[in-house]
Design a protein around this ligand. Structure first.
Ligand code: SF4
Length: 220
């Protein structure tokens, strides 16, 4: 196993896709969440393409930083990277009326559905029989909400399945942080959409914390 796939002498178990001999389409939200998962599938020699489809991220400048960080790590590991559309207008249409929902509420379900529906479609059109997402590794997220959405999107196609592997297990969450520090990834401070930016800053104000200054914080 090459050096960059080892962390504190942790021996990665061999992972197997639920459909043997398939290739994996990995929907990715950002480099910090993707890092551990990308290293795990690389160590198991699972042929993987990273699919970056996140029209929720606001503003465009933040979107570009997150995308570039993810692409940088793909280039390092030799993964193909699909830069999908930034069709933010469709995202705003999709979550209309849900602007004041809390995080992990109905707006997030729509947000996951939109991103996974497009991922499942791309998988179906490009002969990937399995797709997964990096979103569930974050402890901020509701894993059931993400997996429900993942399965629902895959069910639209007979020959595509969603892989609901629990990436948090066996130290996955801590390795995610270790890798982010080692690679000095950009450290986003809100989930992604304009409403999460608004709500995080509101919380910060109430707790005497400084407002978010986008684009400056990196893991180190
Ligand atoms: S809080 Fe995050 S998951 Fe929820 S709608 Fe906004 S970007 Fe999407």
């Amino acid at each position: 196993m090459s050096e960059h796939l080892k962390h504190n002498n942790y021996e990665r178990p061999e992972l197997e896709l639920p459909l043997k001999d398939s290739k994996l389409l990995l929907h990715s939200c950002c480099a910090p969440c993707a890092g551990e998962i990308m290293e795990a599938v690389a160590a198991s020699k699972i042929k993987t393409t990273v699919y970056f489809y996140n029209p929720n991220i606001h503003p465009k400048e933040e979107y570009e930083i997150r995308k570039d960080e993810n692409k940088r790590f793909c280039d390092k590991l030799g993964f193909d990277f699909i830069d999908a559309d930034y069709d933010k207008d469709k995202w705003f249409e999709r979550v209309k009326g849900l602007e004041d929902e809390p995080e992990r509420g109905k707006r997030c379900t729509e947000c996951f559905d939109m991103r996974f529906e497009r991922s499942a479609l791309y998988a179906q059109e490009n002969n990937y029989r399995v797709y997964a997402t990096t979103l569930g590794i974050s402890r901020w997220k509701n894993m059931d909400q993400i997996n429900d959405s993942g399965h629902r999107s895959a069910e639209r196609y007979e020959d595509v399945m969603y892989w609901d592997f629990n990436w948090r297990k066996k130290g996955g969450s801590s390795r995610m942080i270790e890798i982010s520090k080692k690679e000095e990834f950009y450290q986003q401070e809100y989930c992604g959409c304009v409403y999460s930016l608004r709500d995080t800053n509101k919380w910060r104000k109430e707790n005497n914390r400084d407002r978010i200054i986008r684009g400056i914080k990196f893991y180190s």
